[in-house]
Design a binder for this molecule. Structure first.
Ligand code: ZN
Length: 291
């Protein structure tokens, strides 16, 4: 990762500038400043990312007190993700009728792995949160504390690797995807779930509504269908299929209503168009095959 970074003498000691993770360009245009961080778009390929951003060491410190969507109750998290997990499990069941082995990176409390285990899969999980790992282990799951870099899996270990709302957090998503490719079996599948914030921020900016939807510095990347395709191809994946993949159910009334409304609209327009129309701004589920 180090050679992908250029240190800027004028920046604070704990901040660093990066090149575009997809096309290595240093040409960028400022979109907006949120939480004091610059969100930029690469002039070369359109990738949206935070630049400069805290160093990896500082990010690790910040994550000690981080909770996704500030949800403390594991059962609320189960309700939040239930439909997305069920649809992802169904997609994988269609590809692997006899079940296989799955590694869930950033598995949290382990609810996706529990679904896969019930379907007869061999399941493994990884997470950086001690609370999550201890909860998941308590459910009888095989879960390791740490990152992909800490835990060196052998080549060709898994039929499927999944990352739900993880890739947007990673400082070097290309490096992570290459590592996942290495540990996948030949023709193994990667399943990603990603938010897409830029179209919403664009609409809110036009309406003059200030927001911190990019959630920096926790979210460092924002992928469009085009940029995730480009990144996956660069990392050695093929047969990329992007779908809506269900709707999450956030706890707050207003957020839940908005998410459900746009989620159902996205799912309906995706089906009516036979999978050709992907509503911008809603989260997507992506499947890609190891080339
Ligand atoms: Zn680029």
């Amino acid at each position: 990762m180090a050679d992908n970074y250029k240190q800027n003498a004028s920046s604070a000691m704990d901040m660093q500038y990066v090149y575009c993770n997809i096309c290595c360009s240093s040409e960028e245009r400022l979109i907006v400043i949120q939480n004091g961080y610059r969100i930029v778009r690469c002039k070369g390929c359109g990738f949206v990312y935070v630049n400069p951003r805290p160093t990896v060491e500082i990010l690790k410190q910040l994550y000690l007190s981080y909770l996704p969507e500030k949800i403390e109750d594991p059962l609320l998290w189960d309700a939040y993700m239930k439909e997305v997990f069920a649809k992802a499990a169904n997609m994988l069941a269609r590809r692997f009728p006899k079940a296989g082995s799955v590694l869930d990176i950033g598995c949290g409390y382990g609810f996706f792995l529990l679904q896969m285990k019930k379907r007869g899969w061999q399941t493994h999980g990884m997470d950086v949160s001690e609370t999550a790992v201890s909860y998941a282990s308590g459910q009888g799951l095989d879960v390791t504390l740490g990152t992909l870099e800490d835990v060196k899996h052998k080549d060709n270990s898994f039929d499927v690797v999944t990352l739900f709302y993880v890739l947007e957090h990673l400082p070097d998503p290309l490096k992570a995807l290459k590592e996942i490719r290495r540990i996948l079996k030949p023709n193994g599948l990667l399943l990603l779930r990603l938010p897409h914030t830029t179209p919403i921020v664009r609409v809110l900016s036009l309406l003059g509504i200030k927001n911190n939807l990019y959630d920096p510095p926790f979210h460092l990347n924002d992928f469009s269908p085009e940029t995730i395709r480009a990144l996956l191809r660069k990392a050695g994946f093929d047969n990329i299929c992007i779908s809506i993949g269900g709707v999450t159910r956030p706890p707050g009334v207003v957020t839940r209503f908005t998410t459900l409304f746009f989620g159902f609209l996205a799912e309906a327009s995706y089906r009516i168009s036979f999978g050709r129309f992907l509503l911008p701004g809603v989260a997507k589920t992506i499947i890609a095959e190891k080339r």
